[in-house]
Design a binder for this molecule. Structure first.
Ligand code: PNS
Length: 166
């Protein structure tokens, strides 16, 4: 019997991609044949980076890796997962505080489509306190966030917040 390629979706806002996200993607790549990083198109949520900027920064950070695809989606995540023939949705867990909302989201997704499993991966200890929003806040006031994001993201944040260029 032919072995079917197992695809997982890693969804998120990625405003912007952080080293914490990269840690989760690398762990997912150990388990799945292909990981699709899917950026949510959500017109009602104000983002710092445009969709094009977010997708481009992710592509630059995974330059040429054939197991990682970058895409954007709108609407229901489970519908997108089905369209991509994915078997799993990946979410990263940092601390206990992530659990409640992730649990709720996973149960809703299961109710909407029982065939797509939610898989939670524990982030590396180093990234426990890393989030896109805290990085943006620090950068806005000139904080050095260069070791928390990939180079492509750091350059782009410096464009948005020139004070963070240090
Ligand atoms: O990076 P984020 O903002 O924590 O990601 C949240 C995301 C994109 C995973 C979530 O908002 C989502 O899946 N949105 C799509 C709409 C949907 O399917 N909602 C029903 C499940 S709660």
């Amino acid at each position: 019997m032919m072995n079917k390629k197992k695809t997982a979706i890693y969804p998120g806002s990625f405003d912007p991609l952080t080293n914490g996200h990269i840690d989760i993607i690398e762990r997912a790549m150990d388990i799945f044949d292909q990981v699709i990083i899917a950026v949510l198109h959500n017109p009602s949520k104000k983002a710092l980076f445009t969709m094009d900027e977010r997708v481009k920064m992710i592509k630059q950070s995974f330059n040429g890796d054939k197991c990682v695809l970058v895409d954007s989606f709108g609407g229901l995540l489970v519908d997108y997962a089905k369209m991509k023939d994915a078997v799993a949705i990946i979410r990263g867990m940092r601390a206990l505080s992530d659990f409640e909302s992730e649990f709720q989201m996973a149960l809703m997704n299961r109710k909407l489509n029982k065939d797509v499993q939610s898989v939670f991966l524990m982030t590396g200890f180093r990234w426990i306190f890393t989030s896109s929003s805290i990085i943006k806040e620090a950068a806005q006031f000139g904080g050095d966030i260069s070791d928390m994001v990939p180079e492509a993201v750091h350059l782009k944040i410096m464009e948005k917040y020139p004070k963070s260029a240090q």
